[in-house]
Ligand binder design. Sequence first.
Ligand code: ADP
Ligand code: ADP
Length: 239
Amino acid sequence: TALLQVNQVSKQFGNDAMALSNIEFTVNEGEFVSIIGPSGAGKSTLLRCINRMIDTTSGDIIFDNQHVMKLKKKELKLTRTKIGMIFQHYNLVHRLSVIENTLHGVLGKKSTIAGVLGLYSQEEKQQAVKLLDSLGLGEFMYKRADQLSGGQKQRVGIARALIQNPKMMLCDEPIASLDPNSAKTIMDHLKNISKTMGITVLVNLHQVDVALRYSDRIIGINSGRVVFQGTPNTITKEH
Ligand code: ADP
Ligand code: ADP
């Protein structure tokens, strides 16, 4: 069944050329879908429309049976908890520890002050520890985020997203700032999350080879338009 439907979505910033033109696709529950395209194609704009960081100019987005564009503030907040965001630049709070950054995913308890672990329940802290262990970060739990390598930072980003218990991971160029080895580790974790936890993954990538290796389906966009869409098999044959 469809978890996300993007129906005829267009986006124009001011009087600029259309950043997105009639984008149309569906992502099913548990699917691993990559969006590929060159820089400036509209990938990031598309993801920002899906969790409504920005408003579409026209078209519908339906996530988990909710019309995203019609949600009021409170409903939007709830819907966003079902979407775990992963960013190219990790968006961690540099001076906080790994476990504190992870706990930022817990709904409504965000603190940017160090040493406030007492804010969180024993259960929340145990969940954070469990996630960090599973991502190979157990020994870095109390290290400051800014002392980690890029690959380690992105694993903290994944832990922070997973503690929300999301239905979908929305990943905006998660490996664009990483070396090939760290990139592989991150992609392997995302694939594993999708396979073992049944979480849907929608990921922006500019590396075609990575998309081909990890995705159930690939959507190619260029100049704000869908230019192809299909399984890695069909795409390898056609291009
Ligand atoms: P990609 O993620 O594929 O590199 P983007 O979604 O960032 O592409 O950009 C698509 C187009 O939209 C580009 O022409 C970009 O300049 C434009 N754009 C993105 N965000 C804004 C914004 N906030 N204001 C104006 N133009 C924007
Ligand atoms: P972000 O993309 O999360 O903003 P940056 O790469 O800009 O992360 O780095 C944030 C801080 O972490 C900077 O102070 C930088 O010097 C430091 N930093 C980045 N990479 C490393 C690393 N591999 N080891 C130690 N410190 C790092």
